[in-house]
Each structure stands twice: as structure tokens, then as C-alpha cells.
Design a protein around this ligand. Structure first.
Ligand code: COA
Length: 339
């Protein structure tokens, strides 16, 4: 099976977050909340927030340049760019096309992918298929979000949870036995109502009324999403491990979607992993949606927590509802940062 296909893995990683930091203390001045509530319920201390002039493609391009440098390849060598985002610059052109222009990836095809916070792992899976099929050699997958632009800053239920950021990975051929070894993707459209931006699309086009009703913001049933996340994170990770012919005991390091420390701890427990084997940065970034997994992965690699041959599980969940898990055996000839 896998022996006949070209193996695909990550050749380089990069991330980029806006400079401005919003702390829980800052939020206390905006909505009726407290550092104590936010930290104890979510594990978040601060998040990065883009300024007015910065859009998703800007930070996506920043992450892309770092990933290219880390991989040691030029933008012109890219065959395809996939941007996973729920906060594109605009409906069209795609954010991937905007990034293509910004980084000068003149030979790359480009499209966006919508799978909520699961988007990066969905994108990684799509990229892997192109490499395994021999159609492409270099695919850039970016998870990038400026959630701050669609948050209702008067709604304490949502505005404290999210942050802006971008993470990118160059996907290409790796030696047999390394790279992506097992994947589990899923969706349950019944849960679409639980996390959505109700207006602005073809169902409810923008109007003075939709703006007055604050329908262009994130609307979420946090409790239901929480229950879904607790169930699906461990399940998805274990299914991906099964597909890779592995069990919980094989996992060297877990890179979970950074939505809430309690959800991360529950996934770790289900996989019987001590927290030392789990990457956590939700305290510093909040939930950056599709960007959270690649940002965490790059951080883990730069901190030396991931070594060649390590078996990683990347797992996330998000709007849709969606879930996605991937078993990745790390391989990088030179794991130093490029830029
Ligand atoms: N500050 C202070 N109080 C807040 C608050 C805030 N920022 N946000 C909500 N509250 C209040 C609620 O109004 C509620 O008050 P009430 O009991 O008087 O109605 C109370 O806190 C408890 O809310 P509850 O929803 O039970 O808290 P929780 O422990 O479930 O935590 C979340 C809420 C949102 C942190 C949690 O449900 C969660 O993380 N859900 C998943 C969200 C997620 O990951 N979304 C992204 C998916 S990719």
C-alpha cells in the first residue's frame, strides 16, 4: 500500500502573528469579564490582534515566507497554494491567490479551503494526495485567520476566546516511512448551527438589518461545541493512529488544536499521554482557528521538542462541525530555522 506511493511530509514550517497583544486585563476594560474567569475556563492569558490595515493574506504571506526559508525553497518552485481560512480577505478572489501574488509564487495553482479550525489538517491531507499521486512536488498549506475582524467585541461569550495568526507548511516528498502515515477527516453538518457567521453570504446577504442584528459576527453555542470537542478529539486521533497501524503508546508528541486547555487535557487523557508530551500555547495565542496547529507545530520544532523519527499526532475540530487528525512521522534534514 504505502510502499508503492511516494511518501509526503513537511519540508518547512513558518508562522506569523500580528504584533499587537490583547491581554485578559485589556478585555476587562471592554466587556464584563475577568482574567480569573478567562484563564480558569480556557487557559488563555493573551492573544494577538491585527490592526485595521492588516488582512488575512498579509499574515498568511508572512508565515509562507518563513516556511519557504525553512524548507530552503523559492516561491517560484511552488506548484500549489492552499489557504485554510474562515476569514478570507474577501469572498473572491481567494486568499490563496492573494498570497500567490504577495510571495511571487508565479507557477502555483491556488485555492482556499473551508473546514473551520480543522482546516490546516484538511489542507495537509489534500496536499499529501497531490504529492503521493506524483502530480506535484511542492505544495504550500497555510492556516491563516484574522478572527478579530468578525468577533462581536460586545459579546463576552466569544470575544475572549480567539486570536489572529497564521501558520504555514511546505509539503513535499520525504523518505519512505516518514511524513503523513494516517489521516482521519470527518464532518457533521447537523452541528452547523452551533458555530457560524449567520449573515453576509447567499442565505442572508448583507443589509442594514443584518448589520443592526449583529449577524456578521461569530455566533457560538460554547457549551455544545465543548461537548463535541471533548468527544471527537480523542476519537479522531485514535482513528488516525489505527490507520497508521499504531496505538496510543506510539505517540511521541501531540499537537492539538489550541481552543481551550480543558479540551486539550481531555484529549491527552484519552490518549493516556502526560502533558509533557502535549504542546500547549493557548495561553499566549488564544484560539487562532486554522492557524493554531501549524503555529504550535513550528513552536515545538523550534523548541527542539520534535526530533527526526518522532511520531506526532495533529488533531483539531471546528465549525462545520468538522474534525481532522493526522499521524506524522517527523523528518527534516536540517531542522534549523530559515529566517
Ligand atoms: N467572562 C465572564 N463570564 C462569562 C464569560 C466571560 N468571558 N463568558 C461567559 N460567561 C458566563 C456565562 O454567561 C455563564 O453565565 P450564567 O451561568 O450566568 O449564564 C457562565 O459564564 C458559565 O458559562 P458556561 O458556558 O457554562 O462556561 P463554560 O465552562 O462552558 O466555558 C467556554 C465556556 C466557551 C469557555 C467553553 O464552553 C468552551 O471552551 N467551549 C468551546 C468553544 C470553542 O472551542 N470554540 C471554538 C471551536 S474551534
Amino acid at each position: 500500500m504505502a510502499e508503492t506511493k511516494q511518501s509526503a511530509g513537511i519540508l518547512g514550517l513558518g508562522s506569523y502573528v500580528p504584533e499587537r497583544i490583547l491581554t485578559n486585563a485589556d478585555l476587562e476594560k471592554i466587556v464584563d469579564t475577568s482574567d480569573e474567569w478567562i484563564f480558569s475556563r480556557t487557559g488563555i492569558k493573551q492573544r494577538h490582534v491585527a490592526d485595521e490595515a492588516t488582512a488575512t493574506s498579509d499574515i498568511a504571506a508572512g508565515a509562507a515566507k518563513r516556511a519557504l526559508a525553512h524548507a530552503g525553497i523559492k516561491a517560484e518552485e511552488l506548484d500549489l497554494i492552499i489557504v485554510a481560512t474562515a476569514t478570507p480577505d474577501m469572498f473572491f478572489p481567494s486568499t490563496a491567490c492573494l498570497v500567490q501574488e504577495k510571495i511571487g509564487a508565479t507557477h502555483a495553482a491556488a485555492f482556499d479551503l473551508a473546514a473551520g479550525c480543522s482546516g490546516f489538517v484538511y489542507g495537509l491531507t489534500v496536499a499529501t494526495q497531490f504529492i503521493q499521486a506524483g502530480l506535484y512536488q511542492r505544495v504550500l498549506v497555510i492556516g491563516a485567520e484574522t478572527l478579530s475582524k468578525i468577533l462581536d467585541w460586545t459579546d463576552r461569550n466569544t470575544c475572549v476566546l480567539f486570536g489572529d495568526g497564521a501558520g504555514a507548511a511546505v509539503i513535499g516528498p520525504v523518505p519512505a516511512g516518514y511524513g503523513v502515515l494516517g489521516v482521519e477527516l470527518g464532518a457533521d453538518g447537523h452541528g452547523g448551527e452551533l458555530l457560524k457567521m449567520p449573515a453576509g453570504g447567499s442565505r442572508r446577504p448583507p443589509s442594514a438589518e443584518t448589520v443592526a442584528q449583529r449577524l456578521h459576527y461569530v455566533h457560538m453555542n460554547g457549551n455544545e461545541v465543548f461537548k463535541f470537542a471533548i468527544k471527537v478529539m480523542g476519537e479522531a486521533a485514535q482513528k488516525a493512529l489505527q490507520k497508521a497501524g499504531m496505538t496510543d503508546a506510539d505517540v511521541d508528541y501531540l499537537i492539538p488544536h489550541q481552543a481551550n486547555i480543558r479540551i486539550i487535557q481531555s484529549a491527552a487523557k484519552r490518549l493516556q499521554l502526560p502533558m509533557e508530551k502535549v504542546h500547549v500555547n493557548v495561553d499566549r495565542y488564544g484560539n487562532t482557528s486554522a492557524a493554531s496547529i501549524p503555529i504550535a507545530l513550528e513552536e515545538a520544532v523550534l523548541e527542539g521538542k520534535v526530533k527526526n523519527g518522532d511520531k506526532l499526532v495533529l488533531v483539531g475540530f471546528g465549525a462545520g462541525l468538522t474534525w481532522a487528525a493526522c499521524v506524522l512521522r517527523w523528518y527534516k534534514e536540517d531542522s534549523s530555522v530559515g529566517e
